[in-house]
Design a binder for this molecule. Structure first.
Ligand SMILES: Cc1ncc(COP(=O)(O)O)c(C=O)c1O
Length: 386
């Protein structure tokens, strides 16, 4: 049997009956958009992520855009983010006419380098053209960014902090979810994510009820929400009173129903992912340039298991001959992608990001990988003579 890079079918076999029943309930009640499962899932998700509130939306990209819109981030604002990430992280910044400023990463965790972030903020302030407004930290490959350090910097310069946890949702640092430090945590339920649905979906977690309300407005065409109705009455549906220009970004009820079932087994799956990661670390010791380092006190959800090798492309080609699928996240960093190349970069450029783009290789990773399959993968990596 061929080796799966991410085996979604194994999980589906485990909970198929529950998923069928959950979808069946939605078909029975017919509330396909904003049905009862959406609110139920939001409540459960908030509880899981140690948040007061969660707002579901159409995907993990809109989840980053929604707080930017609600905070009124716009032209003249600088939004600091890594370049070693998926396009969605910087993409939403020009949507609101703000400017992404790319910052380099730490070599061991692939996450934002706090010292370089602070230098970038100071450089933007000194130049005086843009106002530092927001930091988007990414929990790349599943592990938390250095939130205590990032929060301290954001507080020092008055910036908002977004945790883009599309890959890392469920990760913790010293037992706390990223929202302990961030103003919002955003995530994606794209099927391959650690907590994925069967289509597109996303969410924003926050402890700020007024912000939740505003984001609720933006996700439904700028509909009037409580704060818009102070001192006035409106007898019709509030979605027909438009207080601002928003968008349409709702989580389908069927996806919420699927996610309720998947969230119920998510903690167990995170533990299973750790078992797989530990087996890789043991089996690959000394053979590859590096197995992943995790921040002290951090628990990764291992969205990806990324090793580094000086001859990355040679190793990938060798593994292919052995029937082992791999992937490269990310071969071209965002700051050198054509549509993003004109945006500013932190002082000193992004040498770590550029070096990593040439060495990283993701191996198959999912909670249901059996020992025999993993031994086969490890043997294939060890058999590479590059
Ligand atoms: C770091 C990161 N941010 C944001 C997203 C966007 O999520 P979505 O594909 O649900 O829009 C993704 C994944 O695709 C991601 O990996």
């Amino acid at each position: 049997m061929s080796i799966a890079f991410i085996d979604l079918a194994a999980q589906q076999r485990r909970i198929r009956d529950r998923i069928d029943a959950a979808i069946g309930r939605v078909l029975d009640h017919g509330g396909y958009v904003m049905g009862p499962e959406v609110r139920e899932f939001e409540a459960r998700l908030a509880e899981f992520g140690q948040a007061k509130l969660a707002l579901s939306c159409g995907n993990g990209t809109d989840a980053i855009a929604l707080p930017l819109m609600a905070w009124g981030i716009g032209a003249g604002d600088a939004v600091f983010c890594p370049s070693f990430t998926f396009a969605a992280t910087p993409e939403v910044v020009p949507w609101v006419e703000a400017t992404p400023v790319f910052v380099d990463i730490l070599p061991d965790t692939f996450n934002l380098d706090p010292a370089k972030l602070e230098a970038a903020i100071l450089a933007v302030k000194a130049e005086g053209k843009l106002k530092p407004a927001v930091v988007i930290a990414v929990d790349l490959f599943g592990q938390p960014a250095d939130y205590p350090a990032l929060r301290a910097i954001c507080d020092r310069y008055g910036l908002k902090l977004i945790s883009d946890s599309a890959q890392g949702f469920g990760c913790t640092l010293n037992g706390k979810h990223p929202l302990h430090w961030a103003d919002v945590t955003t995530t994606s339920f794209f099927p391959a994510k650690p907590l994925g649905c069967y289509g597109d979906g996303g969410a924003v977690l926050t402890n700020d009820a007024a912000l939740w309300d505003l984001m609720d407005s933006y996700r439904v065409h700028g509909k009037a929400v409580a704060q818009d109705l102070v001192g006035r009455t409106f007898e019709h549906e509030t979605k027909y009173l438009n207080a601002r220009i928003g968008m349409n970004s709702r989580l389908d009820t069927i996806q919420a129903a699927v996610l309720i079932e998947k969230l119920a087994i998510f903690s167990e799956e995170i533990a299973l992912r750790q078992v797989v990661a530990d087996r890789y670390a043991d089996g690959l010791k000394g053979k590859v340039l590096a197995t992943p380092g995790v921040i002290d006190g951090g628990v990764s959800v291992w969205a990806q298991y990324v090793i580094e090798h000086a001859d990355r492309d040679g190793l990938a080609a060798h593994l292919k001959t052995q029937g082992v699928p791999t992937a490269v996240y990310y071969p071209v960093p965002m700051h050198v992608q054509a549509p993003y190349a004109h945006f500013p970069r932190g002082a000193g450029g992004l040498p770590v990001t550029e070096a990593k783009a040439g060495t990283v290789l993701a191996l198959p990773m999912h909670p249901y990988m059996d020992e025999a399959t993993q031994a086969q993968i490890i043997a294939a990596v060890r058999g590479f003579n590059g």
